[in-house]
Design a protein around this ligand. Structure first.
Ligand SMILES: [Zn+2]
Length: 295
């Protein structure tokens, strides 16, 4: 990114003005946005793969990802707003709604693609904001046990409050620990929510034969060692990618309104937009799990 480009791809706001093609919204509406814009009319959008839209662009990543603005600002233009915004129900707060545009939909996408059956054991690798919300969403599918692997105790404590069984990878080998808890078989499925090669490897090796790996962590590398033989030998299914956000926003808002999901539980700090630089420092230093910036 270049100096001066605006950050912020996860935001709520109030509509100030609408373009001539916008039908669903009017000035004054409270809305939440998908973190990326899809067009809704290309071939892959029409097939329901909005995350593969040929016109895809991401907020707050400058020219490299489509030259849109960022949400950490006073005003922002949302292209194709009818398709990329959802109205926030009046009984939901901004904090309850904001994560449906990114990390909650990513958590649900991860959990759904992990093919969890009731009674299963699931392993979530990484207890950052996405891993925590994946843990929360996984509970809707009825697993008997959800192991959550991380190295930060404060994050593992939140995971435990969400129904997870914490495994601190700085004290124990997480693969051995999950095997011990599952009679040597491994978890039925895993969710990878980091993107580092080592954690992808853990997500693959902690799963039983015939199991599923659902990887949503943004890769830290373009190519990496991949335990292909192990996966073939174990007949594993590997699913990966960014969330299909536009499909999830409406149902997630309904789940929050019904009290089945409480995504605001992962917020550790609330700070002013003017203090954003300090907020980024705290997040980098793992002093904060999730910071919401307010005007
Ligand atoms: Zn499209």
């Amino acid at each position: 990114m270049s100096a001066g480009e605006l950050l912020g791809h996860e935001f709520v706001g109030v509509v100030e003005e609408v373009g001539s093609a916008v039908n669903r919204f009017k000035a004054g509406d409270r809305v939440v946005a998908s973190f990326y814009v899809a067009c809704g009319h290309c071939t892959l959008c029409r097939k329901g793969s909005f995350n593969q839209c040929v016109n895809l662009a991401t907020f707050g990543f400058g020219e490299v990802l489509g030259d849109l603005g960022g949400g950490q600002s006073e005003y922002l233009v949302v292209p194709m707003a009818d398709f990329n915004l959802e109205p926030i129900p009046s009984n939901l707060s901004d904090e309850q709604a904001i994560f449906v545009g990114d990390i909650l939909s990513t958590g649900m996408y991860a959990a759904e693609r992990a093919m969890i059956n009731y009674g299963d054991s699931v392993a979530v690798i990484g207890a950052g904001p996405v891993g925590l919300l994946a843990t929360m969403c996984a509970q809707l599918f009825g697993p008997a046990r959800t192991f959550v692997v991380d190295m930060v105790d404060s994050r593992l404590e939140i995971a435990q409050e969400l129904g997870g069984i914490p495994i601190n990878a700085s004290h124990v080998n997480p693969i051995e620990s999950i095997l011990e808890h599952t009679e040597g078989n491994g978890a039925d499925s895993s969710i990878e929510a980091v993107g580092a090669s080592a954690s992808v490897d853990t997500a693959i090796r902690c799963v039983r034969g015939g199991g599923t790996v659902s990887a949503v962590g943004v890769p830290a590398e373009f190519t990496a060692d991949f335990p292909y033989y192990h996966m073939w030998e174990k007949s594993l299914t590997f699913r990966s990618g960014r969330s299909n956000v536009q499909k999830y926003m409406r149902p997630l808002l309904d789940l929050i309104a019904a009290g089945r999901l409480q995504p605001e539980k992962i917020i550790s700090h609330r700070m002013k937009l003017d203090d954003a630089a300090e907020a980024y420092r705290m997040f980098d230093a793992r002093e904060a799990t999730k910071i919401v910036l307010t005007p």
